[in-house]
Design a binder for this molecule. Structure first.
Ligand code: SF4
Ligand code: SF4
Length: 98
């Protein structure tokens, strides 16, 4: 007899999920303003700079107010053709209360 695995709804255990936090790093002079990272970021962390880099391109920057919004999905890193952007996990700091 065939057995079927029934999936449980995510919201049944939603309180157990922790949203990951990331820190995104951009190397401005590598950026060529393709905007892939801006378009693909699921958390709308990125935008174009007002300034130009050494090659004359507007480069990707973290948008104002989005400094803590990165979820470390690394999409930006995957889609960037210039290796100009990467992210790293932000570890939670647990302080002992004295
Ligand atoms: S790692 Fe993900 S959430 Fe963070 S800036 Fe890149 S695409 Fe956006
Ligand atoms: S994907 Fe890379 S090259 Fe394109 S805008 Fe973002 S950082 Fe710049």
């Amino acid at each position: 007899m065939r057995t079927i695995t029934i999936r449980r709804a995510l919201d049944a255990e939603i309180e157990q999920f922790r949203v990951p936090r990331g820190q995104v790093f951009i190397i401005p002079n590598r950026c060529k303003d393709c905007q892939f990272c801006i378009d693909f970021c699921p958390a709308d962390v990125l935008e174009r700079s007002d300034d130009l880099n050494a090659k004359g391109y507007h480069y990707a920057v973290v948008a104002e107010g989005k400094e803590d919004a990165c979820v470390n999905c690394r999409f930006c890193m995957l889609v960037c053709p210039e290796f100009a952007i990467f992210s790293d996990e932000v570890k939670e700091v647990v302080r002992a209360s004295h």
